[in-house]
Design a binder for this molecule. Structure first.
Ligand code: GLC
Length: 567
């Protein structure tokens, strides 16, 4: 079956600041990435998603872009970027960039001009409004807390920001904004970039009449409520409140016309891909006219991935996708806990990580991996608040400090470390040496390095160890490449066992049975599968297809001689 490359590819997200420090200044850069391309090739991934590499004052770690057509000086130059792109392509690795459409940095020249006077031609590139009754234009919140409006005394108006006030929202109803941004898109596509991951697509439009939201609680109160919510009902209630609070600021219908327009721009260049940071399947459009991929985030929104959870997720997700739409699965990124910490049980974390990787690589859809997960990097909950770099962590810390009734002040730093995102952005651990080999001795990396690099959580040690998680990643990635059913096959669930997830992947040229024992118990299954079985891979045995599965076993068998009507 001839699938486009992005349906067959495994993507790997590089967080440039933390991936590899090539010039030894404590910050990752393109020189570093270039030096690790062979590592990535050998790992067996096919495409790289690069988190923002643009010049930025870094208020939101790069998601506050100050120039869409350039490279942050601490990461390198445009020439170096081109060299990286060429070297990646030479190794058959595709590269997609992060595209932040909703907002720019408040230091972007467009915004500096826009704020300079009410009659500047770029005034209307952002969302400026008069205040009301001595306050902001309405009662909308920023998702990161506080009002969504920032007063600008120089021109006596407020501007709108869905995220931090250092990230003013662009006015996408202004055609000049579109034209400027599509220019930036074409700039990279002409250079040969293979597509974009679209940041926060749901937030691009807000209702024009600015009608006020009616949530009966404040943003701070709702944060506290969400923190306290333990039962399902309490959680559902806080979700409803969040929805009502932001209902006029997210997921407006206009965004789909805009995405269709962007798709047409991208389609001017053959073979490119758009991936939305959204779980909303409406962004697939009719399956061919909007975004190529949207993340199946619901899959990762749980404490422990169980067979029942996956079956329900797949049933819901796959049945709702429009014709022609292709699924996309992930278990972690730079905004969420690391998969090892999130889904682990504290006892079998590494076994669970293996099964979860196998899950992502065997389900139907394009998998996205996050840098460092291949060596089992975990959340590093450092509590020295002076080292926090994520403003969200700092915001939580200050909020918690003002609620001594809720948490001990000492606990505040730990909870803020958990709520913030630095924990999953710490430098990649390359070796068992000072700074985990990320930066040279005597240089302080931009975020603290997780000391567990000394306990085997580093690339060099794991390369040398056949049984390591890293080598398991390599093996599983190879198995995926070698078995067409894992890419092209339809997904068909088998059975309802509580411990083992079993399903078929059925393609024209191959039918595979996948069994993942997600539990710490040995398990006998009574699966009725069509045809003869031949072992393709097991994490625990070298032969045999007996239906008895070891704890956390990953098992793949090919079914031969499957009657036509059953495949
Ligand atoms: C996206 C990014 C996140 C960022 C936010 C605002 O959710 O993934 O890191 O803070 O958008 O740009």
């Amino acid at each position: 079956m001839d699938l486009p490359w992005w349906q067959k590819a495994v993507f790997y997200q590089i967080y440039p600041r933390s991936f590899a420090d090539g010039n030894g200044d404590g910050i990752g850069d393109f020189q570093g990435i270039l030096a690790k391309l062979d590592y990535l090739k050998h790992l067996g991934i096919d495409a790289i998603w690069l988190s923002p590499h643009y010049p930025s004052p870094l208020f939101d770690c790069g998601y506050d872009v100050a120039d869409y057509c350039s490279v942050a000086p601490e990461y390198g130059t445009l020439e170096l970027f081109e060299q990286f792109l060429e070297e990646a392509h030479r190794r058959d690795l595709r590269v997609i960039l992060d595209l932040v459409l909703n907002h720019t940095s408040d230091q972007h020249p467009w915004f500096l001009e826009s704020r300079s006077s009410r009659d500047h031609p770029r005034r209307d590139w952002y969302i400026w409004r008069d205040g009301k009754n001595g306050g902001p234009p309405n009662n909308w919140y920023s998702t990161f807390g506080g009002s969504a409006w920032e007063y600008d005394p120089a021109t006596d108006q407020y501007y709108y920001h869905f995220f931090f006030k250092q990230q003013p929202d662009l006015n996408w109803r202004n055609p000049e904004v579109k034209a400027a941004m599509w220019d930036a898109v074409r700039f990279w596509l002409k250079m040969g970039v293979d597509g974009f991951r679209l940041d926060a697509v749901g937030t691009i439009f807000e209702v024009e009449d600015l009608r006020g939201q009616k949530a009966p609680v404040s943003h701070d109160e709702l944060l506290v409520m969400s923190y306290k919510a333990k039962t399902r009902e309490e959680q559902a209630q806080t979700e409803r409140l969040w929805h009502s609070m932001f209902k006029y600021q997210v997921d407006l219908p206009e965004v789909h016309d805009l995405m269709k327009e962007l798709r047409r721009v991208v389609d001017e260049f053959p073979g490119r891909v758009l991936v939305g940071e959204t779980e909303d399947i409406r962004f697939y459009g009719n399956g061919r006219d909007e975004l190529h991929l949207n993340f199946n985030f619901p899959l990762m929104e749980t404490r422990r991935i169980t067979p029942a959870w996956v079956r329900r997720n797949q049933r819901r997700r796959l049945s709702r996708l429009p014709d022609g739409a292709w699924p996309c699965n992930t278990l972690g990124n730079h905004d969420s806990p690391r998969m090892l910490s999130r889904f682990g049980d504290g006892e079998h974390d590494r076994e669970i990580a293996r099964v979860n990787l196998a899950l992502i690589l065997t389900l139907k859809g394009t998998p996205f991996l996050y840098n460092g997960e291949e060596i089992g990097m975990s959340d590093y909950l450092f509590t020295d608040v002076s080292k926090f770099r994520d403003q969200l962590g700092i915001f939580y810390y200050n909020l918690l400090k003002s609620h001594p009734d809720l948490v001990d002040p000492e606990e505040a730093a730990l909870i803020a470390a958990r709520g913030g995102r630095d924990k999953c952005r710490t430098p990649l651990q390359w070796e068992n040496t000072v700074n985990a080999g990320f930066s040279p001795e005597g240089v302080e990396p931009w975020l603290p390095v997780n000391p567990d690099y000394a306990q085997g959580v580093n690339v060099a040690d794991q390369e040398a160890d056949q049984g390591s998680l890293l080598n398991f990643y390599r093996t599983m990635l190879r198995i995926r490449r070698e078995n067409p059913a894992l890419m092209a096959g339809e997904y068909e669930p088998l059975g309802t066992d509580a411990a083992c997830l079993s399903f078929l992947r059925i393609a024209e040229e191959q039918t595979l049975l996948v069994v993942l024992n997600m539990s710490e118990k040995k398990r006998r299954l009574n699966l009725k599968v069509p045809g003869q079985m031949e072992l393709v891979f097991s994490s625990h045995r070298s032969q045999g297809t007996e239906m008895v599965f070891e704890p956390f076993e990953v098992f793949l068998a090919e079914l031969r001689g499957v009657p036509e009507n059953q495949a």
